[in-house]
Write a protein that binds this ligand. Sequence first.
Ligand code: CTP
Ligand code: CA
Length: 224
Amino acid sequence: EADLESKLPLRGKKILITAGPTYEAIDPVRFIGNHSSGKMGFDIAQSAANLGATVVLISGPTHCKIQSSLVQLIPVVSAQEMYDACHQYYADVDVAIAAAAVADYRPKNVSSQKIKKSADDFTIELEKTKDILASLGEFKKKQFLIGFALETENEIENAKAKIQKKNLDLIVLNSLQDQGAGFGKTTNKVTFIDSSFHIKAMELKSKEAVADDILNKVIAHFYG
Ligand code: CTP
Ligand code: CA
């Protein structure tokens, strides 16, 4: 029905969303992580479900909760687990949005026993994790692919480089410089850059409102 259709413009669309941090084990009781709360990704999942989309939400450790029959939550811990889960669902989705703060490095060797303190100095050797978003860009077929970028300098240039390197359709640039934006906050200030390098700076607003802005870009892609 036309009325229902206009209220639920993403009905029948499948969206994969990554959220939260990843934890990279050092030993059985310790890990390397980051301050991502997961809120941005969960707000995107909620907005997508509100618009009628079916959502696979692949999230690292978080206190965020979501209650929707349209959202399937896949909890993961490490970057490798998030990578595997993403590729399990990716071929089947119409849109993928990478909002997770994935660890760039992980301990090269994970101790099977708790590491005991001994010497005054202690060094952990790290190796790169897989870039999940870049791999989604590499295997992209029909998917509308959205990434985030967190930059503290040369923001626009660095974000443009990420669009090309990861084969994205849209990037959401996070401004940490603005007070009230970023990790642990309820507000966010973002700039959208598309694959033609059209730039749109948005106002500081709630993460729920930023999520709605992102889903409006998705709707515009299908029906704009
Ligand atoms: N990303 C990812 N897998 C990684 C690292 C990042 O999927 N191993 C995704 C993030 O979810 C985000 C985008 O890539 O959507 C950009 O993340 P960001 O940390 O800003 O960029 P990096 O490519 O990791 O580069 P750098 O941290 O050096 O700026
Ligand atoms: Ca990174």
